[in-house]
Design a protein around this ligand. Structure first.
Ligand code: HEM
Length: 76
């Protein structure tokens, strides 16, 4: 059976949940631009642009909201 790249949204801690949010964000970029060379070429553009970095943060925040909700905000 093929291993799922997203077996669960449940994480032990909020920190691990945030890492999952970053992973989800990066995966969308990888899926929409499968060419690794092209991604490497584009990396300096966003890495050195404040607005791009704010946009990155916003995408991660959106995923984090989903992950946090799925984990009932780690209320235990
Ligand atoms: C590196 C996140 C969008 C290409 C990184 C790193 C993070 C990150 C955290 C540092 C990894 C490390 O040093 O260990 C994100 C997020 C994105 C995003 C959350 C969108 C919401 C993009 C886009 C491109 C890109 C649009 C290019 C099309 C790269 C490349 C690297 C990198 C080439 C360096 C190689 C690597 O560490 O894999 N990104 N990124 N990223 N990103 Fe992004």
């Amino acid at each position: 059976m093929m291993t799922s790249w997203l077996p669960s949204l449940i994480t032990e801690t909020p920190e691990a949940g945030y890492e999952l949010a970053v992973k989800l964000s990066r995966l969308a970029v990888k899926l929409t631009q499968p060419d690794a060379e092209m991604r490497e070429q584009l990396r300096p553009d966003y890495a050195e642009d404040a607005d791009s970095l704010i946009a990155v943060s916003q995408v991660v925040a959106t995923h984090f909201a989903t992950v946090a909700a799925a984990n009932n905000y780690w209320r235990g």
